[in-house]
Design a protein around this ligand. Structure first.
Ligand code: FAD
Ligand code: NAI
Length: 508
């Protein structure tokens, strides 16, 4: 009897769950009508469609402002799973969410322009924008005035001015980067097996060099080794003896921001996976076929070594975007800031009143991570919603005070007074919002071989753990963080597809 009821209950919850999901999908596909943006309201311009800006837009009540979003990318990208796209473990469209779909579900309509912000004139309160896409109309450069501006343009790849990096290296920040890497991996493998290829050339072509031992470099190296072990080795056996991944890092260890035992665990795992780690090795120059790296030999002498490569992936962190650099140069209060827009505890860009910055382009003493950007965006949404409410109450208060002054009788005056008191109380409650406080949930990184490392903030402190169980935690954590149900389903399907059929080794 108990079993019968459990069985029934399982069926009911499964059908209920499916029904709920189906309704969610239906709702998502049939957006309701939206009121047009109200030009009489304050114009809030949001630059970027990354973690910071989208998190702000998610929680922002768009009825309160005339919202305009400007970004060259008309989708949100779930960057934590981008390394998996370089080998086809996950298809890139599974981690992209069209910004149009998302904005179409906001309460009031939001304008979106696919363009780069090329200059922000903070005194004139204008953003200059350029359509840099392939197709350009008669109008492709214009200006957008703002009352309030949020800068969430992220960062670009740091090269530290090292010659040859931009020409010969691949970055790993955008979808196009992942596609380029995927194509190059296969190109290297196919070219290495070309008729009469010399042994040295085969070795070079199959040497995959990753520069930068931060989380991006480590996760990519792990994914690439998986690709080789699970698929490439099987379908192109002739590359087996020469395919090799090397990770080059200038500091004494990889993953410097993780706990010491996780650093050791990662280095040990890489050893087992036969990924070479070259720490204390700084790349100084890049040519088409080799990198030149400086290291200190056993006798303490600095040596310059030429390391030939077929594929070079450059992951040495972030640098400022030109539009951010230009804005900083206009504001005297930003003159000492080097790593990005210095902001105060409410994320207001120092030296301005109506510009806020979120994510990798802002310096608020936190690491440039998605976690920080998302929390900053959500904070700004609350702040802007509160500011709109405050304004509404203040207008009501002013009108009530006028009514009270003109009131013909004591009763009416008393009633207005009571209402004023009530509103003043509400105003104090609304205005109570404190400054931005980051709450660190922990760091996760995939290190290949179905293993991951996790530094998790726990009630009583920190939990540092690595291995296969952590890998399942990594998977479920990132799955739950995916932007939408659609993304979640697509990622699950990609994982299943990879398990069942393996990764696709065609070059395209
Ligand atoms: P972004 O998300 O980079 O968004 C910037 C937006 O601005 C983009 O839409 C871009 O198109 C737009 N833009 C650029 N230039 C202009 C312009 N001139 N005008 C207008 N718009 C512009 N962090 C984690 O916490 N956990 C992880 O697991 C993790 N994994 C990562 C994996 C990879 C491969 C990478 C590259 C990063 C990872 N990060 C991770 C870091 C995280 O992605 C960034 O910290 C986060 O994206 C920063 O958010 P953001 O909004 O500042 O910038
Ligand atoms: P990073 O800044 O974390 O690491 C770059 C590494 O490159 C540094 O260790 C640096 O010493 C090294 N380096 C710099 N120049 C070099 C040179 N010339 N030769 C050799 N090594 C050199 O950069 P990364 O990994 O791109 O990450 C950027 C941000 O994104 C970080 O804040 C990171 O925490 C975050 N991120 C987080 C992830 C996660 O939590 N799983 C995954 C990817 C990124």
């Amino acid at each position: 009897r108990f079993l019968k009821w459990t069985w029934r209950l399982t069926w009911v919850s499964a059908v209920g769950g499916l029904g709920y999901m189906a309704y969610g999908i239906y709702q998502n596909r049939t957006p309701a009508d939206q009121p047009d943006p109200d030009p009489s309201k304050k114009t809030l311009v949001v630059l970027g469609t990354g973690w910071g800006s989208v998190s702000l837009l998610k929680k922002l009540d768009t009825e309160n402002y005339n919202v305009i979003v400007i970004s060259p990318r008309n989708y949100f990208l779930f960057t934590p799973l981008l390394p998996s796209c370089t080998t086809g473990t996950i298809e890139h469209r599974s981690i992209m969410e069209p910004i149009r779909n998302f904005l179409r579900h906001k309460k009031a309509a939001v304008k979106y322009y696919e363009a780069d912000a090329t200059k922000i004139d903070y005194e004139k309160k204008v953003v200059y924008i350029n359509d840099e896409s392939e197709i350009k109309g008669a109008s492709s450069a214009t200006e957008v005035p703002f009352d309030m501006l949020v800068v969430g343009v992220g960062a670009e790849n740091a090269t530290f001015g090292i010659p040859g990096v931009r020409e010969h290296g691949c970055f790993l920040k955008e979808v196009a980067d992942a596609q380029r890497i995927r194509k190059r991996i296969m190109d290297c493998c196919e070219t290495a097996t070309f008729k009469d290829q010399s042994p040295e050339e085969i070795k070079r072509l199959l040497h995959m060099v990753v520069v930068g031992g931060g989380p991006t470099g480590v996760e990519f190296a792990g994914e690439l080794q998986d690709f080789f072990e699970n698929d490439l080795r099987k379908w192109i056996p002739e590359i087996s003896d020469n395919f090799h991944v090397t990770l080059v890092e200038a500091l004494p260890n990889v993953l410097p921001s993780f706990s010491k035992n996780l650093i050791d665990y990662t280095e040990q795992t890489f050893k087992e996976e036969t990924i070479s780690i070259r720490t204390k090795t700084m790349v100084k120059n890049v040519t088409e076929q080799y990198i030149e790296a400086e290291f200190v030999d056993a006798s303490g002498q600095k040596q310059l070594e030429k390391i030939p490569y077929g594929l070079l992936v450059w992951a040495t962190g972030n640098a400022l975007r030109p539009v951010v650099k230009d804005l900083m140069s206009q504001i005297p209060a930003q003159k000492d800031s080097r790593r990005g827009l210095a902001v105060n505890e409410y994320l207001v860009v120092k030296g301005t009143e109506n510009i806020w910055a979120v994510g990798d382009c802002a310096v608020a003493n936190y690491a440039p991570t998605a976690q920080v950007a998302a929390q900053e965006g959500a904070f700004l949404a609350r702040l802007f919603n509160q500011m709109a409410k405050t304004e509404e109450i203040e207008v009501k208060l002013a009108s009530l005070s006028e009514d009270q002054a003109k009131a013909p009788s004591k009763d009416v005056r008393d009633e207005a007074f009571a209402q004023i008191k009530d509103l003043q109380k509400r105003l104090r409650r609304v205005q109570k919002m404190g400054p931005f406080e980051y709450s660190h949930q922990g760091s996760l990184a995939y290190i290949g071989g179905e293993k991951a490392v996790a530094d998790i903030s726990w009630l009583t402190g920190n939990l540092a753990t690595g291995g296969q169980l952590t890998y399942f935690f990594w998977k479920s954590a990132y799955l739950s963080m995916c932007f939408s149900t659609r993304n979640r389903i697509l990622v699950i399907m990609d994982w299943c597809k990879t398990q069942v059929f393996g990764r696709d080794v065609s070059r395209e």
